[in-house]
Write a protein that binds this ligand. Sequence first.
Ligand code: NAD
Length: 386
Amino acid sequence: MVNSDMSESKPSHSQRSHTVGDVSPQVRPLDGAFRGRRILVTGHTGFKGSWLSLWLRELGARVSGIALDPPTEPSLYAAAGLADFLEHDLRRDIRDQDGLLEAVRELRPEVIFHLAAQPIVRKAFSQSAETFEVNVMGSVNLFECARQVDSVVVLIHVSSDKCYRTNPSGGPYGEDDPLGGDEPYSASKAAAELALQAYAGTFFERAGRPLWASVRAGNVIGGGDWAEDRIIPDAARALARGQPVKVRNPVHVRPWQHVLDALYGYLLVAASLLASRRDLQGAWNFGPDHNAERTVEDLVKTFLSAWGEGSWEAASEGVSAPETGKLVLDSAKAGRLLQWTPQWPFEEAVGRTARWYRDFYGKKGAALELCRRDIHHFTTAVAASE
Ligand SMILES: NC(=O)c1ccc[n+]([C@@H]2O[C@H](COP(=O)([O-])OP(=O)(O)OC[C@H]3O[C@@H](n4cnc5c(N)ncnc54)[C@H](O)[C@@H]3O)[C@@H](O)[C@H]2O)c1
């Protein structure tokens, strides 16, 4: 459902009794960076958007969201009661430029994290035109809002490791490697990146704002993802029903990483741009350590061992959606310039994810509590490594 007015607006969080609270240790580069700031997250009803919105609230930001209804049932957005923590919780279709602009004009955000997208590779085969409409023109509409609404000083565009033109070696891809895409999802993300470069090189550059970054991460995992056709949600659903996990493409190598590791990179870039680090505009890779470049089979076995029981079996491919066999990122730039390094190695990222789902399905913790637990552990690890 697409609402057309601002009736979903909420009183400011300072007026609300129910807040996430400041339970996590402060991480120096983020300390105070977002406190009291008006932040817009597009795609806040999705998996990454929900985690990011919760974390931003922990950091004291005034968070609003624009998205469609949650893409899954259940969803982290609903399970964690995210609506309670948002100043404005708007349903808009980013393909509707006028509706989007009207909303952004009223919200007057200082920072936009743009995550709204059709993110499923296999769905992009059956709904190719729609994927391009949402991922390319929806993003262009958002860039147009960032251009026209002068409160926006920072724009973070959430892209993908799949935006690079395929190199038969599988990478590692650096930020300056050519963009491209052999299938609709990848091409749509690459096309959105090109549009952003055009906006940045013309309108943003001339106006001196917003400062911008395009952030590229790979397959992120973590509790609360219930998307179709993703291996961790598929595994959690199967195990919760006591069924074997069906695995497509067990030999494919992917750079697995916990969602908080990727989001920490996005937050670091945004905080740096908010501190007027104009020199840090551009593209950023946030991939895991090489030890997390594992096959799908390794991932499932590690997940099963952390879950404590269960089995897996190879699934027939069905309608083939050719996916890159191997895809790894070179994240040296983020290490050098942002002091970003992955905090949770493969086993810990998978183990924490398995615990999240096991505790959720076992009713040992509510989704919000489980997310706060992970954010707390994550920021404790970052603070200890500083
Ligand atoms: N999850 C991953 O492993 C991964 C990896 C690389 C990049 N990404 C990127 O991260 C972003 C978020 O991914 P996710 O996994 O959280 O996806 P998700 O499907 O969980 O959430 C997508 C969000 O976009 C919103 N949305 C979709 N179409 C929309 C439209 N027409 N108008 C307004 N909102 C719309 C949905 O309502 C939802 O809030 C996407 O840009 C995706 O391409 C995700």
